[in-house]
Design a protein around this ligand. Structure first.
Ligand SMILES: NC(=O)c1ccc[n+]([C@@H]2O[C@H](COP(=O)([O-])OP(=O)(O)OC[C@H]3O[C@@H](n4cnc5c(N)ncnc54)[C@H](OP(=O)(O)O)[C@@H]3O)[C@@H](O)[C@H]2O)c1
Length: 228
């Protein structure tokens, strides 16, 4: 069992539909939080709603090469870090042939390269017994046409998580890869390109957040889409 009471957890993408639900759930378990995303005003509003459990907020654009290391350093300076939840991400829709280079670069940088950089840096900042939870997606298991690039970056993240989990086990750091199905956060309505296909009703973000936090508490290492 992992104890979250008093633990210091960095939440990336904290202002998002999933990130904010996870932040609230972690606070409910007694965790102290560092919150990160790009928009400082939204970070401040979220911090206000979470009260004293928030140690600090760190505005950062994770597509920048130095950002994951810099955010980890700022979080660690606030208090020794016990865990990281990475819920930052974007989606793009449309046939791969129609996707422009800038869109593909942003998808790759935020949804795959940043999580890789984050885990590399986390090995230095997390104590033994720490954890990293990454939010991948159901499309890592079932790639979808019209989301080929998004499916590919999420599959890449899930593959990375599986391999690096074994590497970090030697340091007693746990990596959890979570692959939620479609969830009603509004993400599909603000893609960086294209427009969403007709999607079935998604899951409640609070339910998805609760399942991810339960997996952290229970020392689970893999949360396939069927676990939600
Ligand atoms: N919603 C779903 O159906 C679903 C299903 C499976 C997996 N997921 C995954 O879950 C994660 C969270 O999704 P969500 O639905 O919660 O989306 P969301 O509500 O749009 O939240 C995205 C978060 O990422 C942050 N962000 C965006 N670009 C960033 C950047 N360049 N640098 C740093 N932070 C950035 C956003 O804040 P700022 O804009 O202020 O930076 C926000 O906090 C994503 O990885 C997504 O792929 C979502």
């Amino acid at each position: 069992m992992t104890t979250l009471d008093g633990a210091h957890v960095l939440v990336l993408g904290a202002t998002g539909g999933l990130g904010s639900a996870i932040a609230h759930r972690l606070t409910g378990e007694g965790a102290r939080l560092t919150l990160s995303a790009r928009d400082p005003a939204r970070l401040a509003t979220l911090a206000d709603s979470l009260g004293d459990s928030v140690l600090t907020t760190v505005p950062a654009d994770l597509t920048r090469p130095d950002a994951p290391t810099a955010v980890l350093a700022r979080a660690s300076a606030a208090a020794p870090l016990d865990g990281i939840v990475n819920a930052a991400g974007v989606v793009a829709f449309g046939d791969a042939a129609d996707l422009d280079d800038d869109t593909f670069d942003e998808l790759l940088l935020l949804d795959l390269v940043a999580p890789v950089r984050l885990v590399r840096a986390a090995a230095e900042h997390l104590a033994e017994g720490g954890f990293v939870a990454q939010v991948s997606a159901v499309v890592a298991e079932r790639p979808m046409p019209g989301m080929a690039a998004y499916s590919a970056v999420k599959a890449g993240l899930t593959a990375f998580d599986a391999a690096v989990a074994t590497e970090l086990r030697r340091r007693r750091i746990r990596v959890l890869d979570a692959r939620p199905p479609h969830t009603e956060t509004g993400l599909a309505d603000r893609p960086i390109a294209g427009s969403a296909p007709r999607l079935p009703q998604g899951l409640d973000p609070a339910v998805v957040a609760a399942r991810i936090v339960q997996a952290i508490l229970d020392d689970e290492r893999d949360l396939p889409s069927t676990a939600f």
